[in-house]
Design a protein around this ligand. Structure first.
Ligand code: HEC
Ligand code: HEC
Ligand code: HEC
Ligand code: HEC
Ligand code: HEC
Ligand code: HEC
Length: 283
């Protein structure tokens, strides 16, 4: 188990949240309480541009092309999580999909879009793996250790997007229509009846002094549909049968399957615990 002292650098904005946790840890140490099942969420990378960056390299050799960088900030501005993680079938685990040059060429995985033919935002998406090893486009993906091979930078791309406690506030960006993530890909997705959302509900915490968390099905379905959470992350059991906890969140389960990796980080306590003390709100 992590202890308070093992934590290091963090951004100043999360200072107050950290203080809360330090205090909590202190209480748990003093009382030796069995409630010491929460520990500090790791701080997100210092640069928001590195948040949700996935290095895909399990099939790259030392002689072939370099490992691949996949950025969520670029792709999630254009597509929903559901489109990629359900329709295209990417695992929510770095290197968990088994992407190869062959699957890409066959039109799966990255090749579902990067086939040199598909039009998105009225532009042809550059092709992924082929025999043309002289193509400049190879390095746009196989970019680990290379400089100035890419067209998009985080700073320029997110310049006009609203920022939050940490990097882009995607919730606001989508809410204000600054981005319109696409949820359907011709030839890949299946047309379906529009989904019925469920009402918002509150999740009671295990500790009596922690206010219940309000969970919005409607807001989540915008990005995740239903299938990204049910049944894998949350069984569709009557609510409160799943025993989530902050400890499990921090360990990458339940809310932590997305929050802390791609959706806003767990350090932003107040976004899930809006009724917490003012000094924990990061403002
Ligand atoms: C849209 C992104 C993208 C582009 C562009 C791209 N690749 Fe790939 N390529 C990948 C991914 C992802 C993998 C899997 C990497 C891994 O797991 O190591 C891969 C793997 C490979 C492999 C590893 C061997 C194998 O069978 O998987 C080779 C060789 C390869 N690509 C060649 C190329 C060449 C040559 C080009 C340029 C013509 C290219 N790629 C362009 C995404 C891309
Ligand atoms: C354009 C496609 C695409 C979109 C859109 C997308 N993802 Fe991903 N995601 C990927 C790929 C590719 C991987 C890496 C899979 C692999 O390496 O096998 C990944 C990995 C992940 C991981 C694991 C990261 C890690 O470091 O282990 C999480 C969590 C995740 N995605 C969540 C999300 C969420 C939440 C959204 C929506 C806000 C989203 N993704 C949108 C393609 C996408
Ligand atoms: C759902 C469609 C979709 C999928 C799937 C997808 N991409 Fe993309 N990707 C795009 C679009 C659209 C762009 C913007 C292309 C442009 O404007 O030239 C893009 C841009 C990129 C760029 C930026 C290149 C640059 O020069 O800055 C990289 C890198 C990239 N994708 C890698 C990947 C990798 C690796 C995968 C697979 C693991 C992948 N993408 C899967 C749609 C997709
Ligand atoms: C971000 C994850 C997430 C998404 C996306 C999501 N759910 Fe849920 N769902 C939950 C959680 C969390 C619970 C409560 C589980 C518990 O407390 O045991 C739940 C509970 C449920 C339940 C049982 C409780 C109830 O309200 O009757 C149903 C049914 C359900 N969801 C349907 C849906 C449908 C339909 C969609 C798509 C519109 C959807 N869910 C999308 C996370 C999600
Ligand atoms: C499948 C991925 C996923 C899971 C699991 C998930 N979320 Fe989210 N959540 C998102 C994404 C994506 C957003 C959009 C904002 C962002 O990316 O920062 C979001 C937004 C939110 C918001 C802001 C809502 C708004 O107003 O738009 C809250 C609050 C939140 N999540 C709480 C939770 C809680 C509590 C849980 C666990 C019960 C949970 N989330 C599980 C992906 C997820
Ligand atoms: C993505 C949403 C999310 C974020 C961000 C978040 N929490 Fe939680 N937290 C939850 C949920 C959901 C529960 C309720 C778990 C349950 O069912 O017991 C919870 C429960 C708790 C509990 C009660 C103990 C427990 O495990 O139930 C404490 C204490 C807590 N959170 C503190 C924090 C602090 C401090 C932060 C910021 C560092 C934080 N949380 C950030 C979702 C979140």
């Amino acid at each position: 188990m992590h202890t308070c002292s093992s934590r290091r650098r963090r951004t100043t904005r999360n200072d107050r949240a950290r203080l809360l946790f330090v205090l909590l840890c202190a209480v748990f140490f003093l009382t030796g309480s069995g409630l010491a099942q929460i520990y500090l969420p790791p701080s997100p990378p210092e640069q928001p541009s590195d948040y949700g960056k996935v290095i895909i390299g399990s099939n790259s050799s030392t002689t072939g092309p370099r490992p691949v960088v996949f950025d969520h900030w670029l792709h999630r501005a254009k597509f929903t999580c559901r489109l990629c993680h359900v329709d295209i079938g990417f695992a929510m685990q770095a290197n968990g999909t088994g992407i190869t040059a062959t699957t890409n060429r066959q039109g799966f995985h990255c090749g579902a879009c990067h086939d040199g033919k598909r039009l998105i935002d009225k532009k042809t998406v550059f092709a992924s793996c082929s025999d043309d090893t002289n193509s400049k486009d190879c390095n746009r993906c196989h970019s680990v250790g290379k400089k100035d091979v890419r067209k998009y930078t985080y700073a320029a791309f997110t310049k006009n997007l609203p920022k939050g406690l940490y990097g882009v506030d995607w919730r606001v960006a989508e809410g204000k229509g600054k981005i319109k993530p696409v949820d359907f890909l011709e030839g890949i997705s299946i047309k379906k009846a529009s989904i019925q959302t469920r009402p918002d509900f509150s999740i009671k915490a295990a500790l009596p002094w922690v206010h219940p968390i309000i969970f919005s099905h409607e807001r989540h379905a915008v990005w995740n549909g239903c299938e990204l959470c049910h049944p894998e992350i949350f069984p569709t059991a009557p609510k409160e049968t799943v025993r989530d906890s902050m400890f499990l969140n921090v360990d990458g389960h339940y809310c932590g399957a997305c929050h802390g990796r791609v959706a806003f980080p767990l350090n932003n306590c107040n976004q899930c615990h809006p009724n917490g003390p003012a000094w924990a709100r990061g403002r």
